[in-house]
Design a protein around this ligand. Structure first.
Ligand code: CAA
Length: 283
């Protein structure tokens, strides 16, 4: 299956990163978001990253222009009618994702693959709202997308082998490394990462140590590039809570119980870097 034209749904942190790497790899990319403001922010973010690549000598000015020109920006999801693949990177909420996939199923051509960048929601359940569950697959990029090498590729129950193979090829064309996993809550990445973050929050909640101390232990002691609480702020505390809830509900095991402090921060609107306050404050 030849993929040439891509639509990315959602122009936020993940969506704009995915759009950038697709355009850099030579794909024509339509970026869709419900808000014009998000599209503007997405373009600004990509332009900033590409300018840095030019400054660092990793890309010429002409290559930058060509990359920007391969991107189109739209609020009309109906524009999916001209693409070979849609990569959905909207908010992490099952009802919203189901509604997007139902709409995409109506507008995308019959051959088009519908991929989701969900970080933990069941691919099989998302696929079930479409008339093409064999063409639905998880394509989970890591944040920051332009830097991180991994794409976790998740097969739903009905995902066809040829669809998996196309996504594996595309991932390699994006200069990323595909890793195949099956559809289970949190897949591999967040089933392993999030309980560690949640446990780090418990150590703060129980007064074992300050956020700074917890992060220092994990950075210097385990060689992690960021401490777990800095990473939680970077991912977004609302996303962390949502993933913990998905694990808790999906496995029915209290070892995944979200820390009450995480809930409290999310209720307060302290969502991390994006709102200026999480475990740390950001100006
Ligand atoms: N977008 C684009 N590029 C970025 C970036 C961003 N948001 N943040 C950093 N970079 C680039 C920098 O520009 C820099 O590039 P240059 O080569 O041009 O200098 C490079 O990355 C290194 O950045 P820094 O020197 O500023 O800082 P660093 O060495 O600490 O690296 C980091 C930054 C790559 C983010 C590193 O701290 C790291 O790897 N952190 C952990 C990230 C991680 O664990 N991600 C997974 C999160 S979980 C997830 O995404 C899945 C989920 O479902 C929740």
């Amino acid at each position: 299956m030849s993929i040439q034209k891509v639509m990315v749904i959602g122009a936020g942190q993940m969506g704009s990163g995915i759009a950038q790497v697709c355009a850099q790899a030579g794909y024509d990319v339509i970026v869709n978001d419900v808000k014009q403001e998000s599209l503007d922010k997405g373009l600004a973010n990509i332009t900033k990253n590409l300018n840095r690549n030019v400054e660092k000598g990793r890309m010429t000015e002409e290559e930058k222009e060509a990359t920007v020109n391969r991107l189109t920006w739209t609020q009309a999801i109906e524009d999916a009618s001209s693409v070979d693949i849609v990569i959905e990177a909207a908010v992490e909420n099952m009802d919203i994702k189901k509604s997007i996939f139902k709409t995409l199923d109506q507008h995308a051509p019959a051959h088009a693959i519908l991929a989701t960048n969900t970080s933990s929601l069941p691919i099989t359940e998302i696929a079930a709202v479409t008339s093409r569950p064999e063409k639905v697959i998880g394509m989970h990029f890591m944040n920051p997308v332009p830097v991180m090498k991994l794409v976790e590729i998740i097969r739903g129950l009905q995902t066809a082998d040829e669809v998996y193979n196309s996504i594996e090829d595309m991932t390699k064309k994006l200069a990323k490394v595909p890793v195949e996993v099956n559809d289970f809550p949190g897949f591999v990445s967040n089933r392993v990462l999030m309980p560690m973050i949640n446990e780090a929050i418990y150590t703060v909640y129980e007064g074992v140590a300050t956020p700074e101390a917890v992060d220092e232990v994990m950075k210097l002691g385990m060689n992690h590039p960021m401490g777990p609480l800095t990473l939680a702020d970077f991912i977004g505390l609302d996303t962390c809570l949502y993933i913990m809830e998905t694990l808790h509900e999906g496995f029915g095991d209290d070892k995944y119980r979200p820390c009450p402090l995480l809930r409290k921060y999310v209720k307060a609107g302290w969502l991390g870097k994006k709102t200026g306050r999480g475990f740390y404050t950001y100006s």
